[in-house]
Design a protein around this ligand. Structure first.
Ligand SMILES: [Zn+2]
Length: 318
């Protein structure tokens, strides 16, 4: 009798695919990466561990989402899955690279772009997404051959990757560039460098170097220098926890927290701490309803919903 009961339960669980109910007021992780190379150390994730991060996230129901979509509240993640955003700072070593294989130029299978695209080839529902906050001074940007960089960056945009501003020389925007004009120069000159590579691209997001804000936040959201005007809808900080939902009352796109992708335990990479915590408390996790035009929330979370979303979205309380 007991055996019959257990097997019926197993069948029922299989039929429903065990997907959690939607909760679009749950947390979303914006993971922050720097170098991708071996060996693993501070600000360096090894290629193998980055691959494991993707595997781990995928197996736990996370799917890659485009940063600007999340900021816009346009969540296209399939029902029952959790969007996760990957970000890469500094155009650091091992993020963007191509190698010659059998006489053909291919994405380096050990670099971030190569690892993400290969993972998505095997698991198309993971999607291809990731935002690169670049600095042109980086040793890993080949400045002598900007034509090649332009082609790589355009190919990345076509694949679904995004680019963001990280300033031209990576200053502490409060101490190193204390005036508005200095800050605007840093931001505008980086944008003009990116637009030389990607003439049809619109950068909408910025990661603050060291996570440090200038004296006035407006200096980095809107500015002009040398005839170059910029505008950013979102600003990324450094650390230290998952972000609130873009539909939550306390969502502030100019203060988006990022989770540092780094080993906490040997086995559970990326912010293993947060992944484990969100596994233990699934009610904290953003779970998509699969429809970018509706916002589905649990009744008990209703008070956390931002006002005035009803004009743009259909709100479903479950
Ligand atoms: Zn940086």
């Amino acid at each position: 009798m007991l055996v019959a009961f257990l097997s019926a339960g197993a069948i029922a669980a299989k039929a429903t695919d065990e997907r959690p109910l939607p909760n679009e007021l749950g947390s979303i992780m914006f993971l922050m990466y720097h170098q991708i190379r071996s060996p693993e150390r501070d600000y360096v994730r090894s290629s193998d561990n980055f691959r494991r991060d993707l595997e781990n996230l995928y197996n736990r129901g996370y799917r890659l989402a485009h940063l600007n979509d999340v900021v816009d509240g346009h969540i296209t993640t399939e029902a029952g899955r959790t969007p996760v955003v990957l970000t890469f700072d500094d155009a650091a070593y091992g993020q963007i690279n191509k190698i010659i294989s059998n006489g053909r130029e291919i994405w380096d299978p050990e670099c971030a772009v190569g690892i993400i695209t290969e993972f998505a080839r095997k698991h198309p529902d993971m999607n291809v997404a990731g935002t690169f906050y670049v600095n042109p001074f980086s040793n890993n940007m080949d400045r002598k051959n900007s034509v090649r960089w332009a082609a790589w960056m355009q190919e990345m945009v076509d694949l679904g990757f995004e680019f963001g501003n990280h300033t031209t020389t990576h200053p502490n925007l409060k101490k190193d560039t204390p005036t508005q004009e200095q800050v605007e120069k840093e931001v505008a000159t980086l944008q003009s460098w990116v637009y030389r590579q990607l003439p049809n691209y619109k950068m909408r997001s910025m990661a603050l170097p060291f996570g440090i804000y200038p004296e006035q936040t407006e200096w980095v959201t809107d500015g002009t220098y040398g005839g170059i005007a910029y505008h950013h809808d979102s600003l990324m900080k450094v650390g230290a926890n998952p972000s609130v939902s873009p539909y939550a009352k306390n969502w502030n796109p100019l203060h988006i927290a990022r989770v540092r992708a780094q080993d906490i335990t040997a086995d559970l990479p990326v912010s293993g701490y947060w992944i484990e915590l969100l596994d233990k408390h699934p009610e904290m996790r953003f779970i998509s309803d699969g429809n970018p035009n509706t916002i589905t929330i649990p009744a008990k979370a209703q008070a956390q919903l931002k006002n005035n979303l009803g004009s743009k979205f259909k709100i479903i309380v479950r």
